[in-house]
Design a protein around this ligand. Sequence first.
Ligand SMILES: *Cc1c(COP(=O)(O)O)cnc(C)c1O
Length: 379
Amino acid sequence: MKLATKIIHAGAEPDPSTGAVMTPIYQTSTFVQEAPGQHKGYEYARSQNPTRFALERAFAAIENAQFGLAFSSGVAATDTVIKLLQPGDEVIAASDMYGGTYRLFTKVYEKFGIRFHYVNMQQAENIVPFVNGNTKLVWMETPTNPLMNIADIAAIARITKEHKLLLCVDNTFASPYLQNPLDLGADLVMHSATKYLGGHSDVIQGALMMNDVALRDQLYFLQKSCGAVPGPQDCFLVLRGIKTLHVRMQRHCENGEKVAHYLRNHPKVGKVYWCGFEDHPNYEIAKRQMRGFGGMLSFTLKDESIEAANKVLSSTTVFSLAESLGGVESLINHPASMTHASIPREERLKNGLTDSLIRLSVGIEDIDDLIADLKQAIG
Ligand SMILES: *Cc1c(COP(=O)(O)O)cnc(C)c1O
């Protein structure tokens, strides 16, 4: 099946008990047994829930994976991957990634004896000097948040295969509509389903997708043992969100492109970070591994003062000032004080994330209203 068909039909089978076309919300904690151990495959809802299972089948289908697992948040999905490791193991992670992932690695897992190396992955071979006998996992994100840097998934996968390391790609920004890391050689895909998969800013959820059954079994064991499962109502919302992923993403891409070009031509705007510009440093890789460039972009003003940035951030009316991204509505964000405040300032500046950087999640409203809003806000 082609993507648009899969997105709508993935995981959805009429409910066996009633024929309901939409997967019911199985709001139950437990399931009756006829005799001890005699049941219909469902015992207790932390381990099995039909609504969650339907969503997990959908997760697998949209990433061309064999298996999908759903978690109570994106960071819970990341947390579960790190729990595959032992004290003494080492991870090579992207130097420019989601602030919450960085916080989980440095503030939680370092104290359990796991070592993280942060590497600029825009050149795949940069990871090679950090590989040693303890290295187990490479964690990458592309495009990165918020600077829209691109890393070459296939090139990094060749290195991780050679050294027998697990490769996990946080595919939140691209969404499965634009990029499928497993097809490019990754072992695991992670999503914050809170963003494009849910698509309506009404749920927190995470996903993992994989092909290897042993890996799936280990991760399922951790999902059940540690318990970061989403509730059935949230699973229903994400199942419904996924059904329109392709039409939403198509419009996100169109609007994102128009906003990127508008900003680039604006006399008061400094730099625009969007991976669809032909002079973007890794444009060729982006074009090769993605089917479009999405609705995420960042920019600076020529006046690099925080006051100037703050004026724009508090003057938009269609773009709401808020954390998060990937919903149908447009959002504007100040990474240095909001989404990326958990990264120390020196680390942020090293990666080019300046205090005056503004990030946009371009929604699917009418493009004329979005441009008019930016025009009045930038002045
Ligand atoms: C939001 C986000 C996460 C974390 O997901 P939550 O659902 O907020 O826990 C991880 N990675 C990226 C790229 C994100 O944008």
